[in-house]
Write a protein that binds this ligand. Structure first.
Ligand SMILES: *Cc1c(COP(=O)(O)O)cnc(C)c1O
Length: 420
């Protein structure tokens, strides 16, 4: 089935009321028909609902829909994108292990991996996402995952996905790709051999800035990948916290199963059924919206490129952009999402510009139907010293736009006025 169709129909079998819309199962727990059934559910003899921290029928529709859209076999919805990233890394790495992270990541992912996870004994080593060869020198026996973003936020760098996957396969290391900026409508990392895809559903999947959420998707075939792979011994040995279950011995997607049975059970960043329901509504229009976001962004980027006060425009959909070839390789019909970076003269001019726009709201979010503007150097990256900012691609005069679904002529007129 085509992605547009999947986004509307997949994963929902109407209940006895035949409701057209997916119902919100706003319930904490589920009754068992008998003591026997209760016992069977707990030992996985029978799959079914127990408690919403572990699974919920509304959230299950979201999980199955996004998993299928991404070309995966199983999905897990979480309370936020950050929870999805933490869970997918913590599902393979433990104290004493290391993970390899891209040098161009979302701010929250940088602090999570370099500071918070370090407190749990997991070390992050940084590789150059433009040069996957840099991974070779970092890999060791304790390396459990390679983590990167397909399009990085805020630098808008398109990863050399094939290059990264090639090295990961050579060393049999799990790849985890944050596909938030591209969304499942524009790019599917699994089709390039990536093992796990994570999303902040709070951005383009939500599309109107209505709910925080995250999703984890697993590709088919991970049982074979883990089986006998010493790096992932915990998938091959009995799980003492789950009466000796060996994840590679049963015919279920092992990554999501272990994550649900351990991390959702014990740490519990489960989504609210209401938020899952909101995300299901917006998923229906994802493909249409991503097309419009991309089209609008290209038009705004072309305008900025032609403006004398604008020093530099970064939008991979522009023919003149250094990343255009890579955009053509991984994306179709020039649709590369709605983020644009551009530079004005200096820090002060950039900061002032934010106040001069009227249609653009000063917001650190992305992926809303409303256009958003932010000056990273004075906001999101303010705490980072200037030289460190430069290393992660944040220049003093740089502005990031998240182009919404307004008419592009109105957005251009607003920017033209603000630039003066
Ligand atoms: C926003 C974002 C996150 C974090 O997601 P939340 O839903 O806000 O927790 C992770 N990765 C990227 C690329 C993001 O843009």
């Amino acid at each position: 089935m085509n992605k547009k169709t999947i986004a509307i129909h997949h994963g929902y079998n109407k209940d006895s009321n035949m409701t057209m819309a997916v119902p919100i199962y706003q319930s904490t727990a589920y009754e068992f028909e008998s003591a026997e059934q209760a016992a069977n559910r707990f030992c996985l003899k029978e799959l079914g609902n127990i408690y919403t921290r572990l699974a919920n029928p509304t959230s299950n529709v979201l999980e199955e829909r996004i998993a299928h859209l991404e070309g995966g076999v199983a999905g897990i919805a979480t309370a936020s994108g950050q929870a999805a990233i933490f869970y997918s890394l913590a599902n393979v790495a433990e104290a004493g292990d290391n993970i390899l992270i891209s040098n161009k990541l979302y701010g929250g992912s940088i602090t999570l991996t370099t500071y918070t996870m370090k407190r749990f004994g997991i070390t992050a080593k940084i590789f150059d996402v433009d040069n996957p060869e840099s991974l070779e020198a970092l890999v060791d026996d304790k390396t459990k995952a390679i983590f990167f973003e397909s399009i990085s936020n805020p630098q808008i760098t398109i990863a050399d996905v094939d290059g990264i996957v090639e090295i990961a396969k050579k060393h049999k290391i799990l790849t985890i790709c944050d596909n938030t900026v591209a969304s499942p409508a524009l790019f599917n990392p699994i089709s390039h051999g990536v093992d796990i895809v994570v999303h902040s559903a709070s951005k383009y999947i939500s599309g109107q800035g209505l709910a925080i959420g995250g999703v984890i998707v697993e590709r088919d075939g991970l049982t074979d990948f883990f089986k006998g792979n010493d790096r992932y011994y915990h998938f091959n040995e009995p799980d003492v916290s789950y009466h000796g279950l060996v994840y590679t011995d049963i015919p279920l997607p092992p990554f999501c199963l272990r994550l649900r049975l351990n991390l959702l059970r014990d740490i519990g960043a489960a989504p609210s059924p209401f938020n899952s329901w909101l995300l299901i509504q917006s998923l229906e229009t994802l493909s249409i919206r991503m097309k419009e976001h991309s089209k609008n962004a290209l038009e705004v980027a072309r305008f900025l490129k032609s403006h004398k006060k604008v020093k530099n425009v970064s939008y991979p959909g522009l023919e003149s952009d250094p990343q255009h070839e890579r955009a053509k390789k991984y994306f179709t019909d020039g649709q590369v999402s709605g983020l644009i970076n551009f530079d004005v003269e200096d820090f002060e001019e950039a900061k002032e510009l934010m106040d001069k726009t009227e249609l653009f709201s000063i917001v650190v979010n992305i992926g809303d139907s409303k256009s958003l503007i932010v000056h990273p150097a004075s906001t999101t990256h303010q705490q980072i010293p200037a030289n460190e900012q430069l290393k992660s691609g944040i220049r003093p005069g740089m502005i990031r736009l998240s182009i919404g679904l307004e008419d592009s002529a109105d957005l251009i007129a607003d920017l033209e006025k603000a630039l003066g």
